[in-house]
Design a protein around this ligand. Structure first.
Ligand code: ATP
Ligand code: MG
Ligand code: MG
Ligand code: MG
Length: 446
């Protein structure tokens, strides 16, 4: 549904279906990881470095330079240009995979050895060190670069020296160098690509964290001003805790994250709606609304007020937001307003549930969805906060019953349009939204 990595746009070049006008490219790509194989939504706000929308910086070689240059230049950029301390850098290398008859990437290992002591070059399996976009397509082993962001004192205090387990929350993956040399075919087998390519992806917000000497992306200037806006709006202080003890901290992080995903998606033409990608955007927005409603005690639309800062911040990078600022602001505000209309009643309903088995039934979850506009993942989140489960199968069944009924009504629902085949249409007006300069307005009710 969304671009989830910098390489998506270049797939045809990697597969030789098209020829890139340039053999070398560097870019920043807006990415969203909220659906499918790469879904980071539930980590957002809980940890300090996963976002829904982030910028993936990349450098690319389409049949031009390969592994050696990619590693040399990554090292040069991080240590010489950006001045990151060499002792804080780790590299990972692909360990091989019996199923695909692949050996360890000893080439990459030898190349890293020119820069790093052996104990900071670690081998990992396909889960971390083999990159594929989907079931099929270009793929290959990768080397990831991680940075140890712990303070000097903390590093010294660890027994066994400064080395640390890669799972440590302050040892952060910042850059992935993918050596695209295979194509995964429909039967699952790998074939060599006619030409080898380089695909790298570095999280811009994580890079900022490393360069600004912070230990959370939210403490960098990419996010900190928005957090201050929320402190001012709520009268609450942001304390930067990650142990789960401060719900308002989590809420602030979630909101400043989600506003970016929502705004850029709208600016790129994906309107919040009840189906497909539009529903993903609506879900993200509603999730944020519930966070400020419940944990910042704000009961009025809030997020639309952040659009101005966002469009100014990105004016020179992604000008499409500034160009549609009024439109995006209005869409966000209307979305917030409409959900706030039903949110409190829905929450009250959950409050009053008398569950014998700590499980929200499918019928109840469906009612929350249908009558109060609660996306299922929001109900799930609220349930999990209370230690409850939710009968998702039952919900799906109820949803299907409704869908079938709608189908039997001889109506076809395509995205936001409802087309009626029965010739018996009564126009009852548009669904809110009166926007100047709107590019396309699909909202209407028949
Ligand atoms: P992680 O293991 O931290 O989830 P990843 O291995 O899934 O990251 P890649 O697919 O290798 O990430 O993407 C390349 C780079 O993009 C990462 O090294 C990281 O800097 C950045 N990145 C990935 N996911 C996110 C995210 N959800 N938010 C911010 N940056 C991200
Ligand atoms: Mg990930
Ligand atoms: Mg990773
Ligand atoms: Mg990675």
């Amino acid at each position: 549904m969304f671009t989830n990595a910098g390489m998506n746009q270049f797939k045809d070049f990697f597969l030789n279906n098209a020829i890139s006008p340039n053999k070398r490219v560097a870019d920043t790509q807006k990415c969203l990881r909220v659906t499918g194989k790469h879904n980071d939504l539930e980590d957002v706000g809980i940890d300090s470095y996963h976002h829904t929308m982030f910028e993936m910086l990349g450098n690319w070689s389409f049949g031009d330079y390969f592994k050696q240059e990619a590693i040399d230049w990554a090292w040069e950029l991080l240590t010489e240009v950006y001045g990151i301390d060499k002792d804080r850098i780790y590299a990972t290398v692909f360990v091989g995979d019996a199923e695909d008859f692949l050996k360890a990437d000893s080439e990459a290992y030898e190349m890293w050895k020119a820069y790093l002591p052996e104990e900071r070059i670690l081998f990992f399996d396909r889960k971390d060190n083999f990159w594929e976009m989907g079931e099929q397509g270009p793929c290959g082993p990768c080397s990831e670069i991680h940075i140890d962001l712990r303070s000097d004192e903390e590093r010294k205090a660890v027994s066994g020296g400064e080395l640390v387990n890669m799972d440590h929350p302050q040892v952060i993956e910042i850059w992935n160098l993918v050596f695209i040399q295979f194509n995964r075919k429909a039967d699952g087998k790998l074939e060599d690509l006619p030409e080898k390519h380089i695909d790298t992806g570095m999280g811009f917000e994580r890079l900022c964290m490393a360069l600004q000497g912070k230990t959370s992306n939210y403490d960098t200037d990419v996010f900190s001003e928005y957090i201050k806006d929320l402190e001012a709006a709520s009268g609450l202080k942001y304390t930067g805790k990650y142990d789960g003890s401060s719900k308002s901290d989590i809420a602030m992080r979630v909101i400043v994250d989600h506003i970016r995903a929502v705004c850029f998606a709208i600016a790129d033409g994906e309107m919040p709606s009840n189906t497909g990608a539009g529903y993903v955007i609506r879900r993200i927005l509603r999730r944020a609304v519930r966070y400020y409603y419940s944990f910042l005690d704000i009961k009025e639309p809030l997020m639309y007020k952040l659009v101005n800062r966002l469009s100014n911040d990105f004016e020179n990078v992604f000008p499409e937001l500034k160009a549609q600022q009024d439109f995006v602001t209005q869409v966000v505000r209307e979305e917030e307003k409409s959900f706030l209309n039903t949110l409190s009643d829905g929450l009250k309903r959950i409050e009053q549930l008398n569950l014998s088995d700590n499980c929200i039934s499918g019928a109840e979850a469906f009612l929350l969805y249908d009558t109060y506009g609660f996306p299922i993942d929001l109900t799930k989140l609220i349930a999990s906060e209370r230690g409850w489960n939710i009968d998702e199968k039952g919900f799906e069944m109820a949803l299907n019953v409704q869908r079938n009924r709608a189908r039997n009504d001889a109506r076809r629902s395509t995205s936001d349009w409802t087309e009626s085949n029965d010739g018996n249409v009564r126009f009852v007006g548009y669904d809110t939204l009166e926007v100047k300069d709107a590019k396309v307005l699909k909202y209407r009710t028949v």
